[in-house]
Design a protein. Structure first.
Length: 253
């Protein structure tokens, strides 16, 4: 079950946090993994970690919001492996700021990286996947993405970008189903990652959040990666256009 032997996977934003864990988990299931991020040095550390475990990996510096860089990296991946089977659109940023204070430049940067970047990578990936009539695209959103009653104070640009990912995914799933490509969303809840730590949430706010989660704890990155690997596998062949919340029961409470 969930074997990915012979599959080629590309993970964006894979130098740390959930992206790193997605890359390591895909490699453990037998995939050849391409690690991309804006920090090449940290990407190389993940590449070394995969190789030390007997896996196969490559790493590239890539700004997902830059179409030229995206195409250059995908060209290199195809040159090396001849194919691309799995894309995990994980790259994203979060910078907290009240809505009344957000500048046009800050809004555009968030949307360009979190939403436009996912589209650029998905579009190029689909062109390659269509050649083999098989592909898995997993877009990472957030529990704070609209429609479920979870917002983030100071994160209007972030939540707008994540909600856009879900809407985009549903449309891409319809368009690309005839090409053999399944497109889904994983929307994590409160996960213990550097991004969450950098938000510097006051202790009383964090304590209140954890009390509202039935499992009474933050999730671990590997618990999100388990869903990513499932959706990347043949076992998820009849799943497309769906959003999966990995949230410890937050939405059910």
């Amino acid at each position: 079950m969930l074997e990915l032997n012979g599959k080629v996977a590309l993970v964006t934003g894979a130098r740390r946090g959930m992206g790193r864990t997605h890359a390591l988990t895909l490699a453990r299931q037998g995939a050849k993994v391409v690690i991309t991020d804006v920090d090449l040095n940290e990407c190389q550390l993940v590449e070394s970690e995969i190789k030390s475990g007997g896996g196969e990996a490559l790493c590239f510096r890539m700004d997902v919001s830059n179409a030229q860089e995206v195409n250059q990296v995908f060209d290199e991946v195809i040159k090396k492996f001849g194919r691309l089977d799995i894309l995990v659109n994980n790259a994203g940023i979060y910078v907290s700021k009240p809505a009344l204070e957000i500048t046009e430049e800050e809004w555009e940067r968030m949307i360009h990286i979190n939403l436009k970047g996912q589209f650029l990578c998905a579009q190029r990936a689909a062109k390659e996947m269509a050649k083999n009539k098989w592909g898995r695209i997993i877009n990472i959103a957030s529990i704070a993405s609209g429609g479920v009653g979870v917002g983030i104070f100071g994160g209007v640009h972030y939540t707008a970008s994540k909600g856009g990912i879900i809407g985009m995914t549903e449309t891409l799933a319809i368009e690309w189903a005839p090409l053999g490509i399944n497109v889904n969303v994983v929307a994590p809840g409160a996960i213990d990652t550097p991004m969450v730590s950098s938000a510097q949430m006051p202790k009383e706010v964090m304590d209140g959040l954890l009390q509202s989660i039935p499992l009474k704890r933050m999730g671990r990155p590997e618990e999100v990666s388990a869903m990513v690997v499932f959706l990347a596998s043949e076992d998820a062949s009849y799943i497309t256009g769906a959003t999966f919340y990995v949230d410890g029961g937050w939405l059910a409470a």
